[in-house]
Design a protein around this ligand. Structure first.
Ligand SMILES: O=P(O)(O)O[C@@H]1C[C@H](O)[C@@H](CO)O1
Length: 309
C-alpha cells in the first residue's frame, strides 16, 4: 500500500492513494461473476445477514492484497458477493475498528473500494448500546444522523492530501444518511408488523474498545445521542465524501447505564448473542430494503422476500 506525503514513514494516518484503492477494486472485480450495486457492512453478530445471498462467492480478506484483516470475534473476515432480492451485492462479514489499531483511513478503505468498483448504495449495520432510556434490547434504530466524537479532534479518514477522484476536500455531512431510505424503512417496518421495534435516532461513534462509564453515558444522553458504538461514522463520512447513498441501522444489543442505582455491565459475548437472536428480523429488514431499491431501479426482485426464515 503506497503511503503518500509521510516524510518520516511513521505517520499514523497514512494516505491510501487512488491507485492503491483501484488495484484492490480491480483485484476483486477480476474474481467475481457479478458487478455489485449495493455494498453491505455487517455489524457484530450480524454476519448472517449474508445468508440470503444466492450464487454466493466468498473471498477472505487475507486473500485480497492490500486489504486489512478482521481481528474481532463476531466478524468473520470475508466478502460475500452474489445476488440479493434481484440485485448484485457485495457484503462484508466483518469490519475494521479503530481500536484494532488501524488508522481510520484503513478502517474505511473498503468503502472507497466499493465506490471504485461501481457500487452505488452502502448499507451499514452495527451493534450499539441504547442511551435513549425508551430503547429496549433488540430494538432497531434507523440512523438519521451521527455524532463523530473521534472526529472532533481532527482524527478523520479524510485527513491528509485529498484526491478529487475520491471526493471533494470539504464534503458536507447533511443528509449523510439518505432521508428517503429512512422513510422507506419506516414503511417496511410497518409492512413487517414491527413499527414499535424500529426507532429513528442519532448514533455516536466512540473509539472503544472499553464500553462507556455511567458519567459518559449521562453526558451522551444530554448531547442528544440515542445509541453508542465503536464504528460506522468513519465509514459513512467516507461514503458521503465519495457520493454513495447510505442506509444504516443499529441493533440495540444492551442498555447503557444512566443511573448509578441501575448498573449495567456490557460484554461482547452478550452483544454477539443479541445480534444472533435478532438476525432474522435484521435480515428481513435489509432484504426488503434491497427489494424496494431493486423495484425502483426496474430490476427483477424475487416474488417473495426470501429472507424471512
Ligand atoms: O462492528 P460493530 O460496531 O457492530 O461492533 C460493536 C462495537 C464493538 O466492536 C463491539 C463491542 O461489543 O460491538
Amino acid at each position: 500500500m503506497a503511503d503518500a506525503k509521510c516524510a518520516t514513514g511513521k505517520c499514523e494516518d497514512k494516505t491510501i492513494t487512488y491507485e492503491a484503492v483501484k488495484a484492490i477494486a480491480d483485484n476483486i472485480l477480476s474474481r467475481i461473476k457479478v458487478k455489485p450495486v449495493i455494498g453491505i457492512i455487517c455489524g457484530s453478530g450480524l454476519g448472517s445477514l449474508t445468508e440470503a445471498i444466492t450464487n454466493a462467492q466468498n473471498i477472505d480478506y487475507k486473500d485480497i492484497p492490500g486489504f486489512p484483516v478482521s481481528t474481532v470475534p463476531g466478524h468473520a473476515g470475508r466478502l460475500v458477493i452474489g445476488m440479493l432480492e434481484g440485485l448484485p451485492v457485495l457484503a462484508m462479514q466483518g469490519r475494521f475498528h479503530y481500536y484494532e489499531g488501524y488508522p481510520l483511513v484503513k478502517c474505511s478503505l473498503p468503502v472507497r473500494v466499493m465506490k471504485v468498483m461501481g457500487i452505488e448504495y452502502l448499507m451499514v449495520t452495527n451493534a450499539a448500546g441504547g442511551i435513549n432510556p425508551t430503547y429496549k434490547v433488540g430494538d432497531i434504530m434507523l440512523i438519521r444522523d451521527h455524532i463523530n466524537f473521534v472526529g472532533f479532534s481532527g482524527n478523520s479518514p479524510l485527513r491528509g492530501p485529498n484526491d478529487d477522484r475520491l471526493g471533494p476536500r470539504f464534503p458536507p455531512m447533511t443528509d449523510a444518511y439518505n432521508p428517503a431510505l429512512i422513510t422507506r424503512a419506516l414503511s417496511v417496518a410497518k409492512e413487517m408488523g414491527i413499527p414499535d421495534v424500529v426507532k429513528v435516532g442519532t448514533y455516536c461513534f466512540l473509539g472503544g474498545p472499553n464500553y462507556e462509564t455511567i458519567a459518559e453515558c449521562k453526558m451522551l444522553h444530554t448531547c442528544g445521542v440515542d445509541a453508542v458504538g465503536m464504528s460506522t461514522a468513519h465509514e459513512v463520512v467516507v461514503a458521503q465524501h465519495c457520493g454513495l447513498k447510505v442506509f444504516a441501522f443499529s441493533l440495540i444489543t444492551n442498555k447503557s447505564s444512566l443511573d448509578y442505582e441501575k448498573k449495567e455491565y456490557a460484554n461482547h459475548a452478550e452483544v454477539v448473542a443479541v445480534g444472533k437472536s435478532r438476525e432474522s428480523t435484521c435480515r428481513e429488514l435489509m432484504c426488503r430494503m434491497i427489494k424496494s431499491i431493486a423495484a425502483e431501479r426496474g430490476s427483477s426482485g424475487s416474488a417473495d422476500c426470501g429472507c424471512t426464515t
